[in-house]
Ligand binder design. Structure first.
Ligand SMILES: [Zn+2]
Length: 114
C-alpha cells in the first residue's frame, strides 16, 4: 500500500495517480524497480581466454619453428616443443602484455639469424 502525499488516502501500489484527488504518486511501482537491472558484468569475458589460447598457440608454433631452424631437425623439432610449451603457457596467461613483445622478439631472432 502507498499513501497519497496530497490527501493521505491509502491506495494500492499499482496506482500511479490518486483515485481521490488525481495527484501523481511519487513512489515507483514494484515492476519499475525490478525493471532497473544492474549493469552487466561485461561482454568481453570471452576475450581473455580466447586471446590466451590464440597467443599461446602462435607462440608455441613460432618457438617450435625457431628451435627447429636454430638447432636442427633432430634437437629443434624433437625437443623444441618442451620450452615452446612452457613459453606458450606463460605467454598465454600474460598474453596482453607479452604476446606482442615475444612475437616481435621471435621474428627479430629469425631475421637476424640469416
Ligand atoms: Zn490524493
Amino acid at each position: 500500500m502507498q499513501t497519497c502525499p496530497a490527501c493521505d488516502l491509502s491506495l494500492p501500489d499499482l496506482n500511479q495517480y490518486c483515485s481521490n484527488c488525481g495527484h501523481r504518486l511519487a513512489a515507483p511501482t514494484p515492476s519499475t524497480v525490478n525493471a532497473i537491472e544492474k549493469p552487466s558484468s561485461g561482454d568481453c569475458e570471452w576475450l581473455y581466454p580466447a586471446g590466451a589460447f590464440i597467443s599461446g598457440l602462435i607462440t608455441f608454433f613460432s618457438s617450435w619453428i625457431y628451435c627447429t631452424v636454430t638447432y636442427g631437425f633432430l634437437f629443434g623439432f624433437g625437443l623444441g616443443w618442451i620450452p615452446s610449451f612452457i613459453l606458450a603457457a606463460i605467454v598465454g596467461s600474460l598474453w596482453p602484455l607479452i604476446a606482442l613483445a615475444v612475437m616481435a622478439f621471435v621474428v627479430f631472432l629469425m631475421l637476424s639469424s640469416k
